[in-house]
Design a protein around this ligand. Structure first.
Ligand SMILES: *[C@@H]1O[C@H](CO)[C@@H](O)[C@H](O)[C@H]1NC(C)=O
Ligand SMILES: *[C@@H]1O[C@H](CO)[C@@H](O)[C@H](O)[C@H]1NC(C)=O
Length: 427
């Protein structure tokens, strides 16, 4: 596919339009869904919304369900202090299996997507959430939390209210967060971990692997709703693209933090949703209705903890991928700035064909997914055409949408069993 011409230096219009569209869809969906559901959660997760005194993800989720759970921190090469939760074994395993510090089970690192955090893997019931299912099947589970999210908002020297703290895009997750967390898990377990990502978590992994970064450090990678290309994101985005309020978005997002729950962003969302033609209610219905097997009370619990902030640079970077139809490093737009950062006037591309053909990959995607659209997954699969057939498994689930893979009650039977067989095959 030929690269689209870059409209330079009018980057901002296109980039902001696309950023706005992504933002509006995600946020309208989450905010309105939050308004509709009744706060009826109970049991292990009956905790206050966004406590000022964080008790830690383990204490809020895994421990009440009876799992061993350890809080770890990983400091990245650029000083971000990331929180990682470890569930070293299942509920019913003796302490001998996967003992603390020397997990006997195969380690698996779970990487969440954009605008959420590692809690995504931990909020459902033990019968439904992937982290618990893996632990109960004998895996040593490590849950990543990307910089800037609730449990990973510290830095050795920067304050998270400063612009400097938020000066990163997903390229930085490729070169810092991912390798630093993988190294940490390897060191603690004396084993190479498997990787499992959802949504932007898969983009970071694919980009890393394409540069040869994690190839010899991971046993395999399972990618749920793989995101590389974004050019086919469908209807709601398309509708909203035409309606982006560029000026307002820029004035709100002048800050370098992109926090969906900040009053400025919330206000913007409300205004955008009120705009004629932007039917946020319909968007929600599409968003949740197209998901195949979401449990409403699970979604309710999810919305108590999500969404989470990211950097505006990450949102712009995703928008550039949407606009350009290629997966590249962050585009600083001005050729001289790109020159200074990359030694060339355009940002370098990530070439997914460069992922070594023997690296074990599992990809699972859904026919109703409007973010990881099947047409875009098709482009990725085209790039992986030369991959060793015995080392790539591709699963297509026609009725699944984006969130089914993480929150769906049917993911266990349809997806997680396959993931576990795949991991066991490449142990
Ligand atoms: C839905 O989620 C709730 C709370 O997480 C759980 O108690 C219930 O068993 C789930 N229902 C189904 C059908 O999975
Ligand atoms: C990506 O890499 C493959 C082989 O590794 C090469 O054939 C192809 O031309 C590259 N694509 C781009 C867009 O550079």
């Amino acid at each position: 596919m030929p690269r689209r011409a870059r409209a330079r230096p009018s980057m901002s219009a296109a980039a902001w339009h696309a950023a706005a569209a992504v933002l509006i869809v995600v946020l309208c969906s989450l905010r309105l869904a939050a308004a509709r559901v009744q706060p009826s959660h109970g049991g292990a997760l009956a905790t206050k919304r966004r406590d000022n005194v964080p008790a830690g993800a383990c204490a809020l989720t895994a421990i009440p369900f009876g799992y061993p759970c350890e809080e770890h921190t990983v400091t990245t090469d650029d000083g971000y202090i990331l929180s990682v939760q470890r569930i070293p074994r299942g509920r019913h395993a003796g302490a001998g299996a996967g003992a603390v510090g020397s997990g006997l089970g195969q380690p698996v690192l779970l990487q969440h997507g954009v605008l959420v955090d590692g809690m995504t893997w931990l909020l459902g019931t033990p019968e439904e959430s992937l982290a618990y299912i893996l632990a109960d099947r004998g895996f040593d589970v490590w849950v990543a939390n990307t910089r800037g999210t609730r449990w990973s908002s510290r830095h050795v020297s920067l304050d998270s209210s400063s612009r400097e703290y938020w000066d990163w895009s997903w390229d930085d997750l490729v070169v810092k967060d991912m390798p630093n967390m993988v190294d940490y898990v390897s060191t603690h377990t004396a084993q190479k971990p498997h990787f499992l990502g959802h949504s932007m978590g898969t983009l970071v992994a694919l980009a890393s692997l394409s540069e040869g970064r994690l190839v010899d450090k991971l046993k395999s990678a399972a990618l749920l709703t793989p995101v590389a290309y974004l050019e086919h994101m469908t209807t709601p985005i398309g509708i909203l693209l035409a309606k982006a309020f560029v000026g307002e978005i820029i004035s709100v997002l002048g800050v370098a933090e992109f926090n969906p729950l900040s009053s400025a962003v919330s206000k913007l969302i409300r205004e955008l949703c009120r705009h004629p033609g932007t039917k946020c209610y319909d968007l929600v219905r599409d968003f949740t209705g197209n998901n195949y097997c979401l449990n409403n009370s699970a979604v309710d619990v999810f919305l108590q903890y999500e969404p989470q902030p990211t950097s505006t640079k990450t949102m712009i970077h995703l928008a550039q991928t949407f606009r350009d139809g290629v997966v590249s490093k962050y585009d600083y737009v001005w050729p001289n700035v790109n020159m200074e950062k990359y030694g060339q006037p355009d940002p370098p591309s990530y070439n997914m064909s460069n992922i070594p053909a023997t690296f074990p990959l599992f990809l699972s995607y859904g026919g109703r997914d409007e973010l990881a659209d099947p047409a875009d997954v098709g482009l990725l699969l085209r790039d992986l055409m030369a991959h060793d057939r015995s080392r790539i498994t591709v699963q297509y689930l026609e009725e699944f949408a984006h969130l089914d893979f993480v929150l769906g009650t049917c993911a266990k039977d349809r997806v997680y069993g396959e993931v576990i067989s795949f991991f066991n095959r490449f142990n």
